[in-house]
Ligand binder design. Structure first.
Ligand code: AMP
Ligand code: TRP
Length: 327
Protein backbone atom coordinates (compact mmCIF):
# COMPACT_ATOMS: atom_id res chain seq x y z
CA UNK A 1 0.00 0.00 0.00
CA UNK A 2 1.29 3.43 -0.82
CA UNK A 3 1.63 5.85 2.03
CA UNK A 4 -0.09 9.20 2.43
CA UNK A 5 0.68 11.86 5.03
CA UNK A 6 -1.27 14.94 5.93
CA UNK A 7 -1.21 17.53 8.68
CA UNK A 8 -4.20 19.54 9.83
CA UNK A 9 -3.73 22.86 11.56
CA UNK A 10 -5.88 23.15 14.69
CA UNK A 11 -6.86 26.75 14.08
CA UNK A 12 -10.49 27.71 13.86
CA UNK A 13 -13.51 25.47 13.66
CA UNK A 14 -14.47 23.04 10.94
CA UNK A 15 -17.21 23.90 8.47
CA UNK A 16 -19.15 22.12 5.77
CA UNK A 17 -16.54 23.09 3.13
CA UNK A 18 -13.84 21.34 5.16
CA UNK A 19 -16.05 18.28 5.48
CA UNK A 20 -16.84 18.01 1.80
CA UNK A 21 -13.47 19.19 0.46
CA UNK A 22 -11.14 17.47 2.89
CA UNK A 23 -12.53 15.19 5.61
CA UNK A 24 -14.75 13.10 3.34
CA UNK A 25 -11.72 12.64 1.05
CA UNK A 26 -9.64 11.30 3.93
CA UNK A 27 -12.39 8.84 4.77
CA UNK A 28 -12.03 7.50 1.22
CA UNK A 29 -8.23 7.59 1.21
CA UNK A 30 -7.99 5.45 4.33
CA UNK A 31 -9.33 2.54 2.28
CA UNK A 32 -6.75 2.98 -0.48
CA UNK A 33 -3.62 4.20 1.29
CA UNK A 34 -1.69 3.73 4.46
CA UNK A 35 -2.79 7.03 5.92
CA UNK A 36 -0.99 9.13 8.53
CA UNK A 37 -2.86 12.17 9.80
CA UNK A 38 -1.49 14.42 12.49
CA UNK A 39 -2.68 17.56 14.20
CA UNK A 40 -0.06 20.12 13.17
CA UNK A 41 0.17 21.85 16.53
CA UNK A 42 3.80 22.90 16.04
CA UNK A 43 2.56 24.81 13.01
CA UNK A 44 -0.38 26.27 14.93
CA UNK A 45 1.84 28.42 17.13
CA UNK A 46 3.45 30.20 14.17
CA UNK A 47 0.65 32.69 14.76
CA UNK A 48 -0.39 33.65 18.31
CA UNK A 49 -2.98 31.31 19.81
CA UNK A 50 -4.15 30.90 23.42
CA UNK A 51 -3.25 27.55 25.01
CA UNK A 52 -6.87 27.03 26.00
CA UNK A 53 -8.07 27.57 22.46
CA UNK A 54 -5.40 25.32 20.98
CA UNK A 55 -6.37 22.54 23.38
CA UNK A 56 -10.07 22.88 22.57
CA UNK A 57 -9.48 23.03 18.80
CA UNK A 58 -7.30 19.94 18.95
CA UNK A 59 -9.89 17.91 20.84
CA UNK A 60 -12.72 19.10 18.60
CA UNK A 61 -10.78 18.27 15.46
CA UNK A 62 -10.04 14.75 16.54
CA UNK A 63 -13.55 14.10 17.79
CA UNK A 64 -15.04 15.46 14.57
CA UNK A 65 -12.69 13.46 12.34
CA UNK A 66 -13.58 10.30 14.24
CA UNK A 67 -17.28 11.19 14.14
CA UNK A 68 -17.04 11.68 10.37
CA UNK A 69 -15.71 8.16 9.99
CA UNK A 70 -11.94 8.28 10.27
CA UNK A 71 -11.06 4.83 11.59
CA UNK A 72 -8.08 4.67 13.97
CA UNK A 73 -7.60 1.01 13.05
CA UNK A 74 -6.87 2.08 9.48
CA UNK A 75 -5.45 5.55 9.94
CA UNK A 76 -2.60 6.56 12.21
CA UNK A 77 -3.91 9.66 13.96
CA UNK A 78 -1.58 11.56 16.29
CA UNK A 79 -0.39 14.90 17.60
CA UNK A 80 2.71 16.32 15.93
CA UNK A 81 4.05 17.36 19.36
CA UNK A 82 3.88 13.73 20.55
CA UNK A 83 6.51 12.76 17.98
CA UNK A 84 9.75 14.62 18.75
CA UNK A 85 11.29 13.62 15.43
CA UNK A 86 9.16 16.31 13.69
CA UNK A 87 10.95 19.12 15.53
CA UNK A 88 14.31 17.41 15.05
CA UNK A 89 13.98 16.88 11.33
CA UNK A 90 12.36 20.31 11.03
CA UNK A 91 15.61 21.84 12.23
CA UNK A 92 17.72 19.78 9.84
CA UNK A 93 15.41 20.84 6.99
CA UNK A 94 15.62 24.49 8.10
CA UNK A 95 19.38 24.18 7.72
CA UNK A 96 18.89 22.57 4.31
CA UNK A 97 16.78 25.54 3.09
CA UNK A 98 18.00 28.83 1.70
CA UNK A 99 16.57 32.12 2.93
CA UNK A 100 15.85 33.07 -0.68
CA UNK A 101 13.57 30.12 -1.36
CA UNK A 102 11.67 30.60 1.90
CA UNK A 103 11.13 34.25 1.01
CA UNK A 104 9.36 33.09 -2.12
CA UNK A 105 6.74 31.07 -0.19
CA UNK A 106 3.42 32.80 -0.87
CA UNK A 107 2.00 32.67 2.65
CA UNK A 108 5.02 34.49 4.03
CA UNK A 109 5.29 36.74 1.01
CA UNK A 110 1.63 37.80 1.21
CA UNK A 111 1.85 38.65 4.88
CA UNK A 112 5.01 40.70 4.46
CA UNK A 113 3.60 42.39 1.36
CA UNK A 114 0.55 43.46 3.36
CA UNK A 115 2.96 44.92 5.89
CA UNK A 116 1.55 42.78 8.70
CA UNK A 117 3.32 43.29 11.98
CA UNK A 118 4.32 40.59 14.44
CA UNK A 119 5.21 37.97 11.83
CA UNK A 120 7.08 35.27 13.73
CA UNK A 121 10.31 33.64 12.61
CA UNK A 122 8.33 30.39 12.87
CA UNK A 123 6.01 31.50 10.09
CA UNK A 124 9.09 32.00 7.94
CA UNK A 125 10.63 28.60 8.71
CA UNK A 126 7.33 26.71 8.67
CA UNK A 127 7.79 25.22 5.18
CA UNK A 128 10.95 23.26 6.10
CA UNK A 129 9.14 21.97 9.20
CA UNK A 130 6.34 20.82 6.92
CA UNK A 131 8.89 19.18 4.63
CA UNK A 132 10.21 17.22 7.59
CA UNK A 133 6.63 16.19 8.52
CA UNK A 134 6.25 14.53 5.16
CA UNK A 135 9.61 12.89 4.43
CA UNK A 136 9.90 11.55 7.97
CA UNK A 137 7.39 8.91 6.89
CA UNK A 138 8.63 8.30 3.34
CA UNK A 139 5.24 9.44 2.10
CA UNK A 140 4.32 8.69 -1.50
CA UNK A 141 1.54 11.26 -1.56
CA UNK A 142 0.49 14.42 0.23
CA UNK A 143 -3.15 15.43 -0.29
CA UNK A 144 -3.18 19.20 -0.41
CA UNK A 145 -5.29 22.14 -1.39
CA UNK A 146 -3.93 24.49 -4.05
CA UNK A 147 -2.44 26.83 -1.46
CA UNK A 148 -0.15 24.09 -0.20
CA UNK A 149 1.28 22.68 -3.44
CA UNK A 150 4.16 25.14 -3.29
CA UNK A 151 5.16 23.67 0.08
CA UNK A 152 5.16 20.17 -1.35
CA UNK A 153 7.36 21.34 -4.23
CA UNK A 154 9.79 22.75 -1.68
CA UNK A 155 9.63 19.44 0.21
CA UNK A 156 10.70 17.62 -2.93
CA UNK A 157 13.59 20.06 -3.45
CA UNK A 158 14.80 19.74 0.14
CA UNK A 159 14.56 15.94 0.13
CA UNK A 160 16.55 15.77 -3.10
CA UNK A 161 19.11 18.24 -1.80
CA UNK A 162 19.63 16.18 1.33
CA UNK A 163 19.83 12.93 -0.66
CA UNK A 164 22.45 14.46 -2.95
CA UNK A 165 24.50 15.98 -0.17
CA UNK A 166 24.59 12.86 2.02
CA UNK A 167 23.16 9.76 0.37
CA UNK A 168 19.78 8.38 -0.50
CA UNK A 169 17.68 8.89 2.65
CA UNK A 170 14.25 10.19 1.76
CA UNK A 171 11.53 9.22 -0.66
CA UNK A 172 10.45 12.12 -2.90
CA UNK A 173 6.73 12.74 -2.25
CA UNK A 174 4.13 13.81 -4.78
CA UNK A 175 1.29 16.26 -4.17
CA UNK A 176 -2.20 14.90 -4.69
CA UNK A 177 -4.37 17.91 -5.35
CA UNK A 178 -7.70 17.38 -3.68
CA UNK A 179 -9.71 18.85 -6.52
CA UNK A 180 -11.78 15.66 -6.62
CA UNK A 181 -13.54 17.04 -3.56
CA UNK A 182 -16.14 19.62 -4.42
CA UNK A 183 -15.63 23.26 -3.69
CA UNK A 184 -18.39 24.60 -1.47
CA UNK A 185 -19.25 28.29 -1.63
CA UNK A 186 -20.49 30.78 0.92
CA UNK A 187 -24.28 30.72 1.30
CA UNK A 188 -24.30 34.51 1.35
CA UNK A 189 -21.85 35.12 -1.47
CA UNK A 190 -21.79 32.03 -3.69
CA UNK A 191 -18.95 33.41 -5.78
CA UNK A 192 -16.63 33.00 -2.76
CA UNK A 193 -15.41 29.85 -1.02
CA UNK A 194 -17.11 28.90 2.22
CA UNK A 195 -14.50 29.74 4.85
CA UNK A 196 -14.07 30.09 8.56
CA UNK A 197 -13.90 33.86 8.29
CA UNK A 198 -15.89 35.50 11.04
CA UNK A 199 -17.19 38.25 8.77
CA UNK A 200 -19.65 35.88 7.10
CA UNK A 201 -21.26 33.72 9.83
CA UNK A 202 -24.49 33.24 7.86
CA UNK A 203 -22.56 32.09 4.82
CA UNK A 204 -20.77 29.30 6.63
CA UNK A 205 -22.21 26.16 8.18
CA UNK A 206 -20.07 25.14 11.10
CA UNK A 207 -20.03 21.41 11.82
CA UNK A 208 -20.87 22.29 15.42
CA UNK A 209 -23.66 24.74 14.54
CA UNK A 210 -27.02 24.12 16.16
CA UNK A 211 -28.82 22.06 13.47
CA UNK A 212 -31.79 24.45 13.60
CA UNK A 213 -29.54 27.43 13.02
CA UNK A 214 -27.89 25.62 10.12
CA UNK A 215 -31.28 24.92 8.58
CA UNK A 216 -32.09 28.63 8.75
CA UNK A 217 -28.81 29.44 7.00
CA UNK A 218 -29.87 27.21 4.10
CA UNK A 219 -33.33 28.82 4.00
CA UNK A 220 -31.78 32.28 3.76
CA UNK A 221 -29.08 31.31 1.25
CA UNK A 222 -28.60 33.84 -1.54
CA UNK A 223 -29.85 32.58 -4.92
CA UNK A 224 -30.95 34.45 -8.05
CA UNK A 225 -34.06 35.66 -9.83
CA UNK A 226 -33.96 33.20 -12.74
CA UNK A 227 -36.39 30.86 -11.03
CA UNK A 228 -35.31 27.62 -12.69
CA UNK A 229 -33.59 24.84 -10.78
CA UNK A 230 -30.59 23.75 -12.82
CA UNK A 231 -26.88 23.24 -12.33
CA UNK A 232 -25.20 26.29 -13.82
CA UNK A 233 -22.38 27.52 -11.57
CA UNK A 234 -21.63 30.38 -13.96
CA UNK A 235 -25.06 32.03 -13.98
CA UNK A 236 -26.68 30.44 -10.93
CA UNK A 237 -23.86 29.96 -8.43
CA UNK A 238 -26.18 29.95 -5.39
CA UNK A 239 -28.54 27.25 -6.66
CA UNK A 240 -25.61 25.22 -8.02
CA UNK A 241 -23.90 25.38 -4.64
CA UNK A 242 -27.05 24.15 -2.89
CA UNK A 243 -27.39 21.31 -5.40
CA UNK A 244 -23.78 20.31 -4.78
CA UNK A 245 -24.31 20.23 -1.02
CA UNK A 246 -27.45 18.13 -1.34
CA UNK A 247 -25.82 15.77 -3.81
CA UNK A 248 -22.67 15.18 -1.75
CA UNK A 249 -24.54 14.63 1.51
CA UNK A 250 -27.15 12.26 0.09
CA UNK A 251 -25.18 10.63 -2.75
CA UNK A 252 -27.97 11.49 -5.18
CA UNK A 253 -26.59 12.67 -8.55
CA UNK A 254 -27.22 16.34 -9.27
CA UNK A 255 -29.14 15.53 -12.48
CA UNK A 256 -31.54 13.40 -10.49
CA UNK A 257 -32.23 16.18 -7.98
CA UNK A 258 -32.68 18.65 -10.82
CA UNK A 259 -35.20 16.44 -12.58
CA UNK A 260 -37.21 16.01 -9.37
CA UNK A 261 -37.47 19.80 -9.14
CA UNK A 262 -38.67 20.62 -12.63
CA UNK A 263 -41.35 23.30 -12.39
CA UNK A 264 -40.85 23.71 -8.66
CA UNK A 265 -39.60 26.70 -6.69
CA UNK A 266 -36.40 27.49 -4.80
CA UNK A 267 -38.25 27.44 -1.47
CA UNK A 268 -39.10 23.76 -1.81
CA UNK A 269 -35.55 22.84 -2.75
CA UNK A 270 -34.19 24.78 0.22
CA UNK A 271 -36.60 23.01 2.53
CA UNK A 272 -35.30 19.61 1.47
CA UNK A 273 -31.65 20.69 1.76
CA UNK A 274 -32.33 22.33 5.11
CA UNK A 275 -33.65 18.99 6.34
CA UNK A 276 -30.62 17.17 4.90
CA UNK A 277 -28.28 19.51 6.76
CA UNK A 278 -30.33 19.23 9.94
CA UNK A 279 -30.17 15.42 9.86
CA UNK A 280 -26.50 15.36 8.90
CA UNK A 281 -25.44 17.67 11.76
CA UNK A 282 -27.72 16.01 14.32
CA UNK A 283 -26.18 12.63 13.59
CA UNK A 284 -22.61 13.95 13.42
CA UNK A 285 -22.91 15.91 16.66
CA UNK A 286 -24.36 13.02 18.60
CA UNK A 287 -21.35 10.91 17.57
CA UNK A 288 -19.05 13.82 18.40
CA UNK A 289 -20.51 14.16 21.90
CA UNK A 290 -20.23 10.45 22.55
CA UNK A 291 -16.56 10.49 21.51
CA UNK A 292 -15.74 13.52 23.68
CA UNK A 293 -17.39 11.89 26.70
CA UNK A 294 -15.89 8.44 26.16
CA UNK A 295 -12.22 9.25 26.73
CA UNK A 296 -11.55 7.58 23.41
CA UNK A 297 -9.46 10.51 22.18
CA UNK A 298 -6.61 9.88 24.64
CA UNK A 299 -6.54 6.24 23.70
CA UNK A 300 -6.50 6.92 19.95
CA UNK A 301 -3.72 9.50 20.29
CA UNK A 302 -1.60 7.23 22.43
CA UNK A 303 -1.88 4.40 19.95
CA UNK A 304 -1.22 6.77 17.02
CA UNK A 305 1.85 8.33 18.65
CA UNK A 306 3.33 4.90 19.33
CA UNK A 307 3.08 3.86 15.74
CA UNK A 308 4.26 7.21 14.37
CA UNK A 309 7.20 7.34 16.81
CA UNK A 310 8.36 3.92 15.78
CA UNK A 311 8.62 4.91 12.12
CA UNK A 312 9.80 8.48 12.69
CA UNK A 313 12.52 7.54 15.17
CA UNK A 314 14.02 5.05 12.77
CA UNK A 315 14.26 7.77 10.13
CA UNK A 316 15.68 10.41 12.45
CA UNK A 317 18.37 7.97 13.66
CA UNK A 318 19.45 7.55 10.05
CA UNK A 319 19.51 11.31 9.54
CA UNK A 320 21.51 11.89 12.72
CA UNK A 321 24.09 9.37 11.57
CA UNK A 322 24.39 10.91 8.13
CA UNK A 323 24.82 14.50 9.29
CA UNK A 324 27.39 13.45 11.89
CA UNK A 325 25.47 13.87 15.14
CA UNK A 326 25.83 10.23 16.14
CA UNK A 327 29.42 9.38 17.06
P1 AMP B 1 -8.63 25.53 5.54
O1 AMP B 1 -9.45 25.35 6.75
O2 AMP B 1 -9.09 26.63 4.65
O3 AMP B 1 -7.14 25.54 5.79
O4 AMP B 1 -8.87 24.21 4.66
C1 AMP B 1 -8.58 22.92 5.12
C2 AMP B 1 -8.99 21.93 4.05
O5 AMP B 1 -10.41 22.02 3.78
C3 AMP B 1 -8.29 22.12 2.70
O6 AMP B 1 -7.92 20.84 2.21
C4 AMP B 1 -9.33 22.73 1.80
O7 AMP B 1 -9.20 22.24 0.49
C5 AMP B 1 -10.65 22.26 2.39
N1 AMP B 1 -11.64 23.35 2.25
C6 AMP B 1 -11.68 24.52 2.94
N2 AMP B 1 -12.71 25.29 2.55
C7 AMP B 1 -13.36 24.60 1.58
C8 AMP B 1 -14.51 24.85 0.78
N3 AMP B 1 -15.22 25.97 0.89
N4 AMP B 1 -14.87 23.92 -0.14
C9 AMP B 1 -14.17 22.77 -0.26
N5 AMP B 1 -13.09 22.47 0.46
C10 AMP B 1 -12.67 23.36 1.38
N1 TRP C 1 0.68 23.53 6.12
C1 TRP C 1 -0.53 22.79 6.16
C2 TRP C 1 -1.74 23.75 6.19
O1 TRP C 1 -1.58 24.92 6.46
C3 TRP C 1 -0.59 21.88 7.34
C4 TRP C 1 0.53 20.90 7.33
C5 TRP C 1 1.61 20.88 8.18
C6 TRP C 1 0.68 19.80 6.44
N2 TRP C 1 2.41 19.83 7.90
C7 TRP C 1 1.89 19.14 6.83
C8 TRP C 1 -0.08 19.30 5.38
C9 TRP C 1 2.33 18.02 6.15
C10 TRP C 1 0.37 18.19 4.71
C11 TRP C 1 1.58 17.53 5.09
O2 TRP C 1 -2.85 23.32 5.95
Amino acid sequence: MERMVSGIKPTGRLHLGNYIGAISQFIKYQEEYELFIFIANLHAITVPIEAKELRKNTKDLIALYLACGLDPEKTTLFLQSDVDAHAKLGWVMTCTSYVGELQRMTQYKDKTAKGESGITAGLFTYPPLMAGDIILYDADYVPVGKDQTQHVELTRDLAERFNNRYSDTFKIPKPLTTSVGQKICSLQDPTKKMSKSVTDPKGTIDLLDDPNVARKKIMSAVTDSIGIIQYDPENQPGISNLLTIQSVLTNEPIESIVSRYQGKGYGELKKEIGQTIFDFLTDLQSKYKAIIESGKIDEVLKQGAEKANYIANKKIRKVYKKVGFTL
